[in-house]
Design a binder for this molecule. Structure first.
Ligand code: GDP
Length: 203
């Protein structure tokens, strides 16, 4: 196992109310409650983990409610290594908006090669099975058509698939990096989302 931790920025994108903050909160603090980090000015949370023998610090950003005002701009997107497109399975409109969020991300981020950028899709609130408006197969089909795989059905409330989804995001990033022949060694991301990169290319 490499002793140096890799810093990866992942962003949660999607309509307001789908559970982005709750997913971040569940993953980092293992709690589901009404506490909002954003009210105390926190824009992102970090969590250290080990994936396939690699030490990783995951820096998780969510929109802090700003999606309602359409005021998300470049600093939020810049330097992202993976985008978690999130909807709620009991809210078909949030599912239909996924494509807009993807486009928004591609427009404002600094991604050079959209074909290789890792997206993971989360269908949250699966604990509300009786109120479900988006089926598993329908969601999977969208992900395949839009090159946004894998797809996870999650519940921040019940802690269903939350860890698996974030770990998968890390695997997707590592796989994408391997594909383009880069190693992420000791990059840092400042408070404005800018990566001070010491990425070194291995080829
Ligand atoms: P955000 O605007 O996307 O960040 O959404 P929030 O995390 O603020 O959640 C919006 C509402 O949905 C809150 O009332 C949460 O308690 C609730 N919520 C979030 N995740 C879940 C979930 O997995 N299941 C259920 N039943 N409610 C959830």
């Amino acid at each position: 196992m490499s002793g140096k931790s890799l810093l990866l920025k992942v962003i949660l994108l999607g309509d307001g109310g789908v559970g982005k903050s709750s997913l971040m909160n569940r993953y980092v603090t293992d709690r589901f409650d009404s506490q909002s980090f954003h009210t105390i000015g926190v824009e992102f949370l970090n969590r250290d983990l080990e994936v396939d023998g690699r030490l990783v610090t995951l820096q998780i950003w969510d929109t802090a409610g700003q999606e309602r005002f359409k005021s998300l701009r470049t600093p939020f997107y810049r330097g992202a290594d993976c985008c978690l497109l999130t909807f709620a399975v009991d809210d078909v409109q949030s599912f239909q908006n996924l494509g807009c969020w993807k486009k928004e991300f591609m427009y404002y981020s600094d991604v050079k090669d959209p074909g290789r950028f890792p997206f993971v899709v989360l269908g949250n609130k699966v604990d509300k099975e009786e109120e479900r408006q988006v089926g598993l197969e329908e969601a999977r089909a969208w992900c395949e058509e839009n090159s946004c795989c894998p797809y996870f059905e999650t519940s921040a409330k019940d802690d269903t698939n939350v860890t698996a989804a974030f770990e998968s995001a890390v695997r997707e990033v590592l796989a994408a990096e391997d594909q383009i022949g880069h190693t992420l060694l000791s990059s840092t991301i400042d408070l404005h989302g800018n990566r001070k990169s010491t990425r070194s290319s291995c080829c």
